[in-house]
Design a protein around this ligand. Structure first.
Ligand code: NAD
Ligand code: UGA
Length: 464
């Protein structure tokens, strides 16, 4: 079959995979190929057990895989055969050398840029889909144009705003699609070509164009704004616990101001995920490098509050459980960094479990889909960690439950049965404020929410 466009996604991860699937689904006239250096990931995409858990992904992939969507390992062939290349490789925080722990590790995209240069035999539109530091497009252009061999490359920035757990919905009905380009005749032509792909399903007024640097910076800024709201409500949750205010009431009242809005104001154990921390630190690094230390400090505060919130949670557990956790069995409800994903990258549960193990607690982790990743994250840690899919079996013999992920199933458990299975006094630390605290208290639990008065049966306590 003759296709209108031949599209390649380099990087078959949480972004590259679902993005390619959606383009193939919405553009049957395009052939979409996804490549990755990780063969086992490609094998998984080609199997029935996908490497990422995303509600709704199975259906769209069934409609496209093997028709106009292909997962392959031959990256060089992919580059030769396709005209439009989305770069979806990972951009983690650097762990070595200058900027370690702050700056983005750029080795993955640079390898890709050089591979494109080495294998391209015809002009290509190269699209930054991953989240890159500002000015990466320029560096990419410099590498691609370094040979002067008559092949032209147009570099566009098209950052992705999907959130895990809702990726299919976010890709199908995005708030906006952002395309940054050079303001040259060629740059604008390349931009328009990408606009036409998205216009197959995204209303045109939602397709925003800008210059490349605004596009790169807007992605980092958007993640900062979102994370900042969470750190703000989490900081307020600490004040609530000291004053008797209720963080859910405060969030509702504040969020009813239409200038503020109600989303992303759920106080929690802290934000996780592979991007918020890395992208903020990336911005912090840029600001320090550009001589903006005050801005850098302001931005970094959001990450600091997040670390504080996780540690505060552990210290609250320790204090509530009579200042010792040694040999106490604690059940962790959820290990994914949020509900509806198996992803555990930067999950707050990792910090909490590590700290509980340092206190010599015994841990049982339960999660509906993230246990394989949890096991990998916890590998090699000293201490006792057990993994159990069934929450009722998981709580048996435990003294406390720590809710880490807002999975709906934890709302629906029979907590009378849970209480019967546990050692008394039994504690619930609700790091997501998803449970019915009063009902738990009446069953007999001592309940410690985030940013709300604890409900405890001990004498002298507020509810005792
Ligand atoms: P990921 O780690 O899940 O996937 C990246 C993939 O790229 C991996 O499979 C890796 O093997 C592959 N890869 C690395 N170098 C390669 C190379 N040279 N050639 C071919 N393949 C290569 O990462 P992700 O979560 O998909 O994130 C990718 C980018 O998208 C990051 O910059 C991230 O900040 C951004 N982003 C992620 C999300 C999200 O929800 N995960 C949302 C928006 C933006
Ligand atoms: C986030 C952004 O929402 C996406 O727009 C962005 O594309 C993506 O990062 C990225 O660049 O990788 P994601 O990390 O997948 O998406 O998930 P979020 O829904 O943003 O949640 C992040 C963390 O914040 C989770 O741990 C979540 O539980 C926590 N959170 C979220 C709260 O603690 N409170 C809230 O009110 C909202």
């Amino acid at each position: 079959m003759k296709y209108d466009k031949r599209i390649l996604c380099i990087g078959a991860g949480f972004v590259g995979g679902p993005t390619a699937v959606m383009i193939a689904y919405k553009c049957p006239n395009c052939r979409v190929t996804v490549v990755d250096i990780n063969k086992s990931r490609i094998d998984q995409w080609n199997s029935d057990s996908l490497p990422v858990f995303e509600p709704g992904l199975d259906e769209v992939i069934k409609a496209t895989k093997g028709k106009n969507l292909f997962f392959r390992t031959d990256i060089e062939k992919g580059i030769r055969e396709n005209d439009i290349i989305f770069v979806c490789v990972n951009t983690p925080t650097k762990t070595f050398g200058a900027g370690a722990g702050m700056a983005a590790d750029l080795q993955f995209w640079e390898k890709t840029a050089r591979q494109i240069l080495d294998n391209a035999r015809s002009p290509k539109i190269v699209i930054e889909k991953s989240t890159f530091p500002v000015k990466t497009a320029q560096a990419m252009e410099r590498i691609l144009m370094s040979r002067n061999n008559g092949i032209h490359f147009d570099v566009l920035s098209n950052p992705e705003f999907l959130a895990e757990g809702t990726a299919v919905r976010d890709l199908e009905r995005p708030d906006r699609v952002l395309i940054g380009s050079r303001n040259t005749e060629r740059g604008l032509k390349a931009r328009d070509e990408l606009v036409e792909i998205y216009a197959n399903w995204v209303p045109r007024e939602r397709i925003i164009t800008s210059n490349i640097w605004s596009s790169e910076l807007s992605k980092l800024a958007a993640n900062f704004f979102l994370a900042q709201r969470i750190s703000t409500i989490n900081a307020i949750s600490a004040v609530c616990e000291k004053t008797g205010a209720d963080v859910s009431e405060v969030a509702k009242i504040v969020g009813m101001d239409s200038r503020i809005g109600s989303k992303f104001l759920n106080a929690s154990i802290g934000f996780g995920g592979s991007c918020f921390k890395k992208d903020i630190l990336n911005l912090v690094y840029l600001c320090r490098h550009e001589g903006l230390p005050d801005v850098a400090d302001y931005l970094e505060g959001v990450v600091r509050i997040n670390e504080y919130q996780k540690e505060r949670f552990v210290m609250n557990m320790l204090e509530a459980m009579f200042n010792t956790l040694a040999s106490k069995r604690i059940c962790v409800f959820g290990f994914a960094f949020k509900a509806n994903t198996s992803d555990t990258r930067e999950s707050p549960a990792i910090h909490v479990v590590k700290r509980l193990l340092e206190e010599k607690a015994e841990i049982v982790v339960t999660d509906p889909v993230a246990l394989p990743n949890a096991k990998a994250d916890m590998k090699g840690l000293a201490g006792t960690v057990r993994y159990e899919g069934n929450p009722y079996r998981a709580v048996k013999g435990c003294q406390a439950i720590a809710v880490m992920t807002e999975w709906g199933l934890y709302r629906e458990l029979d907590y009378k049965r849970v209480h019967d299975l546990m050692v008394k006094p039994a504690f619930v630390f609700d790091g997501r404020n998803i449970l019915d605290h009063q009902a738990l208290f009446e069953i007999g639990f001592n309940v410690y929410p985030i940013g709300k008065r604890p409900l405890s049966h001990f004498q002298g306590s507020p509810a005792g």
